[in-house]
Design a protein around this ligand. Structure first.
Ligand code: DGJ
Length: 707
């Protein structure tokens, strides 16, 4: 057995693989300091009575054909034949911490290529390629990546959500059978973010073993956490194919999306920090190495009411507030006066912009800001010139009526003329105007997506990637944001082609606290669009102070989502202050290490970002509801250098007043707020810092600086 045992290693995590006769991951856990291949013999299993007489491996492809009896990693057939493949390893190649395993089933006429790469960050990336070796097509019903997790990983965490409520975490204890996430909405979706975390019971932000996975794919997907009746556990993730959707012809290879996996012995923070580091090292690529500019996006300020004179006045005010990138949202193109019409007609609305876009663009640029614009290329309104000319360009199955969503349908990007039309129109927009940034929206799910009578959700997703990729190559200086009714298309694969996500259409600071925390498990702050919205939030009608809104947007890629001309000076002063605060700290926020802090009172949410050199740290404490206890619990500040001394300062806070003002709950402030204190990093990490008593829906910002 020794000969066939290989190890991939990283400073935090190791993966041990038995390669022959069938490839099987036998270990995925903490880095091993004293490993030798014969150690793996300790895991040669007994064979139990009452079941098959041989040991059944949980292979890389989890084939049912071995007698696995759990959810297999592959399902498909060749007109009913060749439907139970078993892959036997034929060749392996290891280069550093990357491994390619080739396996074949000569009876079924299939080859499996498995790629595993363990990154320095501790993130393991796995994908499989399935090649058809025979003349007749092989119908692929399912093709998944399967990863075994420890028998100790009894708890599962995942996210549910919906429009204006993305990334809501939930948990369950999984003792038997499986937990499944299935997404058939045709985009990554608000509802079923493609990730799963499993861990030792009650794993938390700072403690517990956690095995987290994310499938990099912007279409339909299925994820599963499964317990076999013998106690072995695994997670599985795949692109979900609609009936008849996927077949591979002779010589063709179908690759699974990449599965990104992060094991942490230090709870969820460790998992997230590894993912963040991986993204920063390998996936996030900004056209220029410059600070993320502060945005103003016009959507909630003016909606469809585009008047260039007024927009230029908004830009004047934005620049005065410290905004660095000005984006005009929906409403600039021909006939787009509300959301009933015009999607598809990507020419300028000359009634609104009689002199073209250039006067606005020049004005914005003369103010020293970048210019951005909104598009939604994949969509078509039945009330559009494009639809009137090409009703057959709709992504649909013939004979069935399509339900509109936001009065729109989806364009079939598999039709070459439709694809070329969009490419030409977008190239006109980006080629003839000095656009720096595109907010690329996608507001309808795919219903009966069909091309030439066959299901085509997967093909549509690939064409969307191709369109975005082609534009990215043609216009490498342009940054793209992935928006889909807010956070409906957020994943690692689209992030290889874009630079920012619109996390949610909900700018309510209270709701944003949960949404953004959820998103932070997989994404670092610099790609998370976080805007200060109106005093009275448009999504919920809740009202929040500028301090709560400002601090809530601080730990992201900050912006404003409003009309600065219609607010009073107090509000404007707030925008100015928070834009300045964000700029002052964005180097730390966008490059530092993020920590979510477990607070004993669930009504308090705390998180911090510590600079890589541990010289500076920022901690936000948000009080989401009435505190459970009379006193706030001390804030432990992770990530500091234990042997360093830190000066603590309160950088921003609501108007904290003492008793006598009505409604406020303190007679005396914590001592550190009265007289500056210097405390050791170790003490702050272990004992913590007592907090002032906060009212519901307020937040404070605490800074620590090494002395
Ligand atoms: C949905 C997006 O999420 C919003 O931010 C805005 O861009 C609208 N679409 C515009 O129609």
């Amino acid at each position: 057995m020794q000969d066939s045992i290989l190890r991939l290693e990283s400073p935090t995590t190791d993966v041990v693989i038995k390669t022959h006769p069938f490839a099987e991951i036998v270990y995925w856990g903490p880095h091993l300091h004293h490993f030798s291949p014969q150690d793996a013999q300790s895991l040669i299993r007994p064979v139990a009575n009452g079941r098959l007489d041989v040991d059944i491996p949980l292979t890389l492809m989890a084939e049912l054909g071995h007698g696995l009896f759990g959810a297999p990693g592959i399902e498909g057939h060749r007109q009913g034949l060749d439907g139970s493949p078993v892959f036997r390893t034929v060749a392996i190649e290891q280069q550093g911490q990357s491994l390619t395993i080739n396996a074949e089933d000569e009876h079924a006429g299939l080859r499996l290529t498995s790629e595993l790469a363990l990154d320095e960050s501790g993130v393991l990336v796995v994908r499989h390629g399935l090649t058809n070796l025979r003349a007749q097509p092989w119908q692929v019903d399912r093709l998944a990546v399967t990863l075994p997790v420890s028998e100790r990983a009894k708890e599962v965490m995942a996210f549910h959500g919906r429009w204006i409520r993305e990334f809501q975490p939930h948990r369950l204890t999984l003792e038997h059978d499986s937990f499944v996430i299935e997404n058939r909405r045709g985009r990554t979706s608000h509802e079923h973010f493609p990730a799963l975390m499993t861990g030792t019971p009650a794993f938390g932000e700072m403690h517990g073993d956690v095995w987290g996975v994310h499938l990099g794919w912007s279409g339909n997907h299925r994820l599963r956490a499964e317990v076999k009746t013998d106690g072995r556990r695994y997670v599985q993730a795949e692109a979900l194919y609609l009936p008849g959707e996927m077949a591979i012809a002779e010589g063709e290879t179908l690759w699974t999306p990449k599965l990104y996996a992060s094991y942490s012995a230090q709870g969820l923070n460790g998992m997230s920090q590894q993912f963040h580091r991986y993204l920063r090292d390998h996936i996030i690529r900004f056209p220029e190495n410059k600070p993320r500019p502060v945005h103003l996006n016009t959507w909630e300020g003016i909606y469809f009411n585009h008047d260039p004179e007024y927009i230029m006045r908004m830009a004047d005010e934005a620049a005065a507030l410290g905004v660095e990138r000005f984006i005009i949202d929906d409403g600039w193109f021909k006939g787009r006066n509300d959301d009933h019409a015009a999607l598809g007609d990507w020419t300028l609305d000359e009634k609104k912009y009689p002199n073209g876009l250039m006067p606005v663009i020049n004005h914005v640029k003369n103010l020293g800001m970048e210019f951005g614009i909104w598009v939604e290329p994949e969509m078509i309104n039945p009330d559009s010139d494009l639809y009137r000319a090409h009703p057959d360009w709709v992504l649909a199955l013939p004979g069935y009526p399509q339900a509109t969503g936001r009065h729109q349908l989806v364009l079939n990007l598999n039709i070459p003329e439709a694809f070329e039309y969009l490419l030409e129109r977008m190239s006109w927009l980006l080629g003839e105007h000095p656009v720096d940034y595109v907010k690329w929206d996608m507001n309808r799910e795919l219903v009966q997506p069909g091309h030439l009578g066959k299901a085509a959700a997967d093909a549509q997703t690939r064409q969307y990637y191709r369109l975005l990729e082609t534009l990215g190559q043609r216009f490498p200086q342009v940054e793209f944001e992935s928006c889909s009714s807010g956070g409906g298309r957020i994943d690692y694969e689209v992030l290889t082609r874009c630079h920012r996500f619109w996390a949610s259409d909900n700018n309510d600071a209270l709701e944003r606290n949960t949404i953004q925390r959820g998103m932070s498990y997989f994404f670092p702050p610099e790609v998370m669009g976080a805007h200060i919205g109106h005093h009275k939030c448009h999504a919920t009608f809740r009202q929040h102070s500028i301090e709560f809104r400002g601090l809530t947007a601080l730990f992201g890629h900050m912006g404003l989502e409003l009309d600065p001309l219609t607010v009073d000076e107090h509000e404007r002063e707030g925008y100015r202050r928070y834009a300045a605060l964000h700029k002052q700290w964005r180097e730390v926020i966008h490059h530092g290490t993020q920590w979510r802090v477990d607070m004993p009172d669930a009504t308090t949410q705390a998180q911090g970002i510590v600079s890589e050199d541990q010289r500076q740290g920022l901690f936000i404490v948000s009080q989401l509801a009435m505190p459970d206890y009379t006193l706030m619990m001390p804030l432990r500040m992770p990530g500091l250098a234990p042997d360093a001394q830190y000066r603590i300062s309160l950088l921003d806070h609501p108007n904290i007043r003492l008793t006598g003002e009505g409604g406020h709950t303190m007679r005396k402030l914590p001592a550190w707020m009265e007289a500056p204190q210097t405390v050791s990093g170790e003490w702050l990490m272990q004992a913590g810092l007592v907090l002032p008593i906060l009212d519901p829906e307020t937040a404070i910002l605490i800074g620590v600086e090494r002395v």
